[in-house]
Every structure is written in structure tokens, then in C-alpha cells.
Design a protein around this ligand. Sequence first.
Ligand code: Q9C
Ligand code: ZN
Length: 686
Amino acid sequence: PAMASGTALIYDDEMTSYKLLWDDPECDIEVPERLLSSYEQLKHYHLVERCIHVPVREGTEEEIMLVHSSEYLEVVKSTQTMNEEELRRVSENYDAVYFHPNTYRCAKLAVGATLQLVDSVMSGKVCNGMALVRPPGHHSQRNAANGFCVFNNVAIAAQYAKRRYGLQRILIVDWDVHHGQGIQYVFEEDPSVLYYSWHRYEHQQFWPLLRESDYDAVGQGKGKGFNLNVPWNKVGMGNSDYLAAFFHVLLPVAFEFVPELILVSSGYDSGIGDPEGQMTATPECFAHLTHFLMQLANGRVCAVLEGGYHLKSLSESVCMTVKTLLRDPLPQISGEMAPCLSAVESIQNVRAAHKPYWKCLMYEEATPLHNLSTKSQQMMEAELIQTSTHPTAKQVVGTTNSDEAIKTDRFLESHMKKILFPVPPVKTASAIVSKVDAHLLPISVQVEMEMNAQELKTLVSAFDAELVKEEKALLSLQNVLAVLDKILKKKVCNGIAESSVASVSTTFALKHCFDFGLQRVLCIVVGDMDLELDLDDGKILLMNICQKQQTEKTNSKYHISLNWKEDAGRNNFFCAVLGFILPVAYSYQPDLMIIVIGPNRSLGVNAISLLTCLLQGLAESRILVVIQDTEIKLVQSVAKALSGVSTPDFGAYAPAFQENFLEIKRLRDQLQQEWKMLRCSVKDWI
Ligand code: Q9C
Ligand code: ZN
């Protein structure tokens, strides 16, 4: 379905009006500059003016009491008029909390800002948005402030959305580096709120030091299966670890859950340079995480600031989030795409713990690693150090000192210059000549061939002398090349072209890409089609999703064929896209993608559109879709996916055919050495 457009940004200076008044090394990182520098950076990138400004308001007492007790509310209220001595004493009643006379006012604004965001999205005024708030919320509990948090903004928002809009399924994604135990406690028994959190855990040695932050806390009573904890047992987790957790844990479950609204506990202390988190994820990682969430809940994503204490890292990551909410093309994610052993171990454990509750995990082997002995861990770690370039604990320890913080500043300064590329003025180009009128497509440009007929003939005859004689084939080629050319020259971001000779057109297009200087092109062919390609040099990765068994072919690194049974109307394609295609694609890191839709396709219109949506995180969103037999529905749906005006809608979740599932599992086992993002279990590790 079509969705609302526009991104709300909620921010008010007043939330910078409280600060720590005394010496407390535990709390001195939570400063007003966190908001100021984030907002400044948003202005710097001209993102503020592209958002819809929504004013803040105070949350009411009734709203606060959706989560907190009246006794606790009274305690917080009473701090307004206290002197420093009294404030210190109240603060001491809680773990890692400080109060200031303005704290109460700001905490009410933080709640109100979050609810304003939910209202803006739920009323259809905007599609998504972000609220920059202080104090943060996810640690606070019914009767307690905790970890800089006073009122639980996101938990209150979820209760509010259920009440006011009658929502039945809300997903909370907590990517802050700390466990939002406050949110877990509120919704532990509630199946209508799915809570996902990853957090620095280190086998319970990291704050808040709770047993219930581990992967086996799956929820209670009716809420069993609706609490997903991914504990990180090492510092240094980065882009590939976070993406692996999304591919193999959050996304399959979330697509099965079918949320109506997504709230993000959007903490950036999980980013590089943060003194608390000691992780290594770079700002563009948050663009990718945001992008994936935007494919759910019809795009209704509300991001609400939680932690984040390295000012530069925080503000760049906030910008990446907002830029993505605004639907700009995504920057390529940096670094080697291979999750580390410890991350994969955590992922395997959560998957095993949740096997009983989610159909997408039903074929999972029930082998949680439980308590890997310290000794075997050290052995595995020694192997890891030998075989992986992933930063090890040793390399990132010590980032708390200011030298390291400044190093991160400098790193980010140059890093962001590399990844912030100019956005093409037009998103989607199309060359559709028959059956579908251009006006039936969403906002796009109909391309005109800039090359004259003679030029084209010369080009084509150099490639295939026979082809020049066929008028229809020539027209097809012209379509495909015209769109591709616009993409390569960055005049548009992506495009769709009709071609009666898709196979020839694709071969020709690939050649054109390499003449242009591209290094890696991911080519996904849906349906039966033979492409004569040289696949040895790694410049093309060909994935063929076809119905017919290709017995004579065995899969190799750069040629993967996925036998996929007809799944008319069923949505078991999720496990293939999330568990296989995306991990391989992210491992490959293409600079362009070509999706070719041929005859006898075993994927429905929705599946193809979903694939198109999800792949936009790669290659700076550069995608060319070539469609052989033009079907109006398919063309429209893919064009919508490319231009981002809607996300495909699937009905209730059905489990994968066992056969299809086993095919994915087989391929994963076979190819995980080559394409490391496929890893979701530690067996066969080395
Ligand atoms: N020695 C948020 O990020 N640190 N809160 C306690 C104990 C408290 C983090 C250290 C960190 C609180 C919203
Ligand atoms: Zn945090």
C-alpha cells in the first residue's frame, strides 16, 4: 500500500537545560552537548530543513502513569524545588542517575516529544521521524530512575499507541549498547509488544550486570517469544556483527511478527568511539539498520534518542538515521563483511532459544551453546585471531581515554567525507514502452535515448553483428542501455527497463558496466534464463533463482543457483532473502545490481518487490531492473519499490516449505566460507 510521506523531526532546546551539578565520573558523560551537537550536525547537512518540524509538548501525568507509579512520579516531581544537597541524596537512591531542578520538566518534554512523534506518524501526517530527547528512557522502571533515564519514553509510547490507536503489534528495536531492562520489564508478559535489544554483556560483567539480559530471557507467560536479547560478550562488535544480528535474528522474526508500528530506542553508544560501548560500528551502519526497519510496518518508524556519548560519532550517526528516514540512497557500508566468532555464537544462541516460538526458526537445530567454558572460548578466540581481521578485544580496549576519542574524531571527519556522496536529483528512471503508461508509474523519469540510432548500431555490431538486423531487439537494448547509462552517470539512482531480449540485454549491459570501470556487479536472475558470462574473475556474482533443477551445474563462488519451488501467494521467500540473498550480497559489496526477471519465474510480484526494496542498501542503491515479459502489475510494483513510495504487503506469515528451507540451509553450509555474512552458527567455523 502507498504510505504517507515526510519525516518528522522533534527537537527543543529546552531539553538541554539540565546537567550534572557535582563531580560524578559515573554520570559525567551525559551532557547537554549531546543534543546540541546532534542538531548542529543535522543543520550542517541541511537535513533539518528537509524534515517536518513537529513541536514538543509535556507528557501528562496520566501518560507517564501508563508505565510509572504515582509514587515515583511524585518523587521526580519533588526534585524541581530541591537544592544541590537534596538532589544528590535523591540521586543516590538510584543506579547511575543524577537530578537537576530542570530534570522533571525535561523528562516530561522527552515523553511528550516521543508521543508527538507517534501521533504524527499514526495520523499519517508523516511517514516516519526522529525525536531528539534528553533524558533518555529505556533503563527507567515503574518505580525507579536508572542509567540516566527518568521516564521510559519508548515504553510509554508503546502503551500509548496501543491505547490510543488500538494497535495490536508494536516492535521496539533497541540498538543502544546497553540493555533496556526497563522496557523488557514492562512488556515481558505482553505478546503485543516485541522487544529486541542487543547489548554489551560480557557474560554479565557489564552494566547493568543482569542475568535477565542474556539470550535465554525470551519473555514470560503469554509473552514468551516476544523478548529478544542478543548479548554481546566481547567489545569491538561492528558493522558486520550488527548486520548479521539483523539478518539472522531480528528481521526474520520481525517479518513474521508483522508489526503495525516500530519504535526505535535509538542509542548511539553502540557506535564507534563511544566510551561506554567500546564497539566499532561506523555511522553508515545506522543508515542500513534504519533502512531495513523501513521495510516493515508500512514504513512507520519512530526513532527516539537514548544513549550516545562520543559527540562526533553520535551526531554523525543521528544524521545517517535521519537521512535514511528521508529516503536518500544509502552509503556503502565499510569494512570487511564477516561477523566475528563471538557474535555468531550469540546469534546462534538467540536463534536456538527462540526456536519454539517462531516459524522462521522452526528448522533450526536446537543447540544453544549455553555455557561455553572459558577455556574453549579462549581456544576459539586464538583461532579467531589467526583467521580473521576483525578487531579483537585487545585492539579496542582503552578507547576511553581522550587521545582515542580524538583519534575517532579525526577518523570520522575523513570517513564521512568519503561516504556522503551527492544524491541524484531523480530517483527512478524507466524505459517502459508497451502496455504500461508512464503515468501509471510513481514519480519517475521516462528516459529518452540520448544515443542516436547509428551510434547504437555501431556499438551493438561490435558486440554482436547479427543483432543489428533485428529492430525489436535493438529497441530493447536501447531501453536497457539508456536507463543503465543514467544510473552509471549518477543522473538517477535506479531504473527499470523493459526488454524483449532480456538475456542479450543483460549481457550487453554487463559489458557496458565494465567498460565504465565497475569492479563488482551483482546480477540476480529470477526465472529461467541462460546468460553466457565469464564468471571467473569475480567481477560478476550471478545468482539465479529458478524452478528447474540444474543438475549439471554445481554452485561455485560466483555462480549460485537457488532452486525455488513455486510459492504462489505464499511468503516463505523471507527465509531466502534474509537468510541467504542479503548476506551473500552484503558479503560481496557490489557497486551495481542488475535484477533480471525472465520467464517461468517462481517468485510472486510481492517477493520480487520486497527483494528490490531490501537490496537498496547495497551499491549506493544503484539498481537496474530488467523485465522481459511486461506485466503491468509487476512493473508497477517494482517501480514503486524502486522509488520508495510503498513497501510490498504480505498477508499472514506461512512457514517455508521444508524443501525450500533445506535448499537454503544446504547453500548456506556450502558457501559460508566464501560469503561470511551467511554465518549464523559456529559449527564448521574454521
Ligand atoms: N560503573 C544510557 O545509555 N554506566 N544509559 C554505569 C557503572 C551507566 C547508560 C557504569 C550507563 C547508563 C541511556
Ligand atoms: Zn546506552
